[in-house]
Design a binder for this molecule. Structure first.
Ligand SMILES: [Fe+2]
Length: 124
């Protein structure tokens, strides 16, 4: 998120915070109807800026959540899927380590639609 913020001329602190917080309530509301909708009030109570709350809401999939409109909204959803793919790539490596995972390997797995098929490669 921080890298995309820099790429798009936005604040990496804000985008990074959105990335860190986006799934904060998953253990409280571990279903797609509750997360992140039911977590948003907790963020607001703690003073999280509304643009971050809105982006977090937009990455959810329950009906009635705000659409992905801003660059931060779209980056958050895309990076969420990408980090899931990277995690899956790590888990099938003999080392099970991120340290020896290469971008080339991730790109190869990206093209293999059967690998980590739950990852939505069209997310934006
Ligand atoms: Fe999420």
């Amino acid at each position: 998120m921080r890298a995309y913020a820099v790429k798009f001329g936005e604040d990496p602190e804000v985008w990074g915070l959105a990335g860190l917080l986006h799934d904060f309530d998953w253990e409280i509301h571990p279903d797609l109807m509750g997360h992140p909708l039911k977590g948003a009030p907790l963020l607001r109570e703690r003073g999280v800026p509304e643009d971050i709350v809105r982006s977090i809401l937009s990455h959810g999939s329950a009906p009635g959540l705000p659409p992905r409109e801003t660059k931060m909204d779209k980056a958050l959803s895309a990076v969420d899927e990408l980090t899931g793919l990277i995690t899956a790539c790590v888990l099938v490596r003999p080392s099970r380590s991120l340290h020896d995972l290469t971008p080339k390997s991730v790109r190869g797995k990206w093209k293999d639609k059967a690998f980590a098929a739950a990852i939505n490669r069209a997310e934006n």
